[in-house]
Design a protein around this ligand. Structure first.
Ligand SMILES: Nc1ncnc2c1ncn2[C@@H]1O[C@H](COP(=O)(O)OP(=O)(O)OP(=O)(O)O)[C@@H](O)[C@H]1O
Length: 258
């Protein structure tokens, strides 16, 4: 767990007069569970949007496994091995759990439009492998009973789980989770924590945004704190949460309750 998998250098973006991120330099090591915390409007989701190619930075660089991905498009970044979930769960309406996960496997497939149109041998064998991979994930993450259920009709905790498994189905090594515990009850949150730890055991690196400090304290190897677009501190939970600037800007009662 020593090599950085993701590094930002002086990453900045402004929207008109709003400096949403200002010279943020972060380093996330391979295999870590890394937490990003900070008050509402601090720039956390903007950070994810930059790292996944949805926004382009005004200044600064992003490297993934040593490769400069700053100007790549969102689908190119996903193909390289980065995937995400959203603050408001975004599952495909009218599609089953299987279909939601299966569609995500297509980031790993290597055939063109021509091959798919004429159902070439390569297309067919890759489709078979994609189905097998989807079934393996469904079994592994204990979703078999829900395989043919409409994903968007499931309870919140299960929807979140399907969204995370869908991120895995892209073949991602690095997974961003934007407030994964939002809207979950304590039992669902405990299940989620186990799921995230399990992803780490499978050599995935996790970068998550979260306000639930029990979750952050319970599973994060390192955390970073944003405040008005600036990085206040980065390091192990116990060190960062003792930083007076961090306590003043964000933690307050959250820290006492964690
Ligand atoms: N597309 C956009 N256009 C204009 N301003 C934006 C845009 N996206 C984000 N911002 C602004 O950037 C700042 C940071 O927002 P961001 O959503 O990243 O905060 P956050 O830390 O994720 O907050 P929360 O915890 O509430 O989700 C805010 O002032 C927000 O209004």
């Amino acid at each position: 767990m020593s090599q950085p998998i993701l590094q930002t250098k002086e990453l900045s973006i402004h929207f008109g007069g709003v400096m949403a991120l200002n010279k943020v330099s972060l380093s996330i090591k391979n295999g870590q569970i890394f937490g990003l915390i900070g008050p509402n409007g601090a720039g956390k989701t903007t950070m994810f949007n930059l790292l996944t190619g949805i926004y382009k930075p005004t200044n600064g660089t992003i490297h993934f496994k040593g490769k400069d991905i700053t100007s790549l498009k969102a689908h190119q970044i996903t193909t390289l091995g980065i995937s995400r979930t959203f603050q408001n769960i975004r599952l495909l309406k009218g599609h089953t759990v299987f279909e939601n996960i299966f569609l995500a496997t297509h980031y790993q497939l290597k055939y063109g439009l021509f091959a798919s149109f004429f159902l070439s041998k390569s297309f067919c064998s890759q489709e078979v492998r994609a189905r097998q991979f989807t079934n393996k994930l469904i079994e592994e993450y204990k979703l078999s009973d829900l395989r043919d259920e409409e994903a968007s009709d499931l309870p919140q905790g299960l929807k979140r789980k399907v969204e995370i498994v869908r991120a895995l189905a892209t073949g991602a090594e690095l997974i961003f989770l934007d407030e994964p515990a939002a809207g979950l009850n304590p039992v669902e949150t405990a299940e989620l924590m186990k799921l995230i730890k399990n992803l780490q055991c499978q050599d995935k690196t996790i970068f998550l945004i979260e306000h639930d400090m029990k979750l952050v304290k319970g599973i994060c190897d390192e955390i970073a704190v944003l405040h008005f677009g600036q990085l206040l501190d980065q390091g192990p939970y116990d060190k960062v949460t003792k930083n007076p600037k961090v306590i003043q800007a964000y933690l307050g009662r959250r820290y006492e309750n964690a």
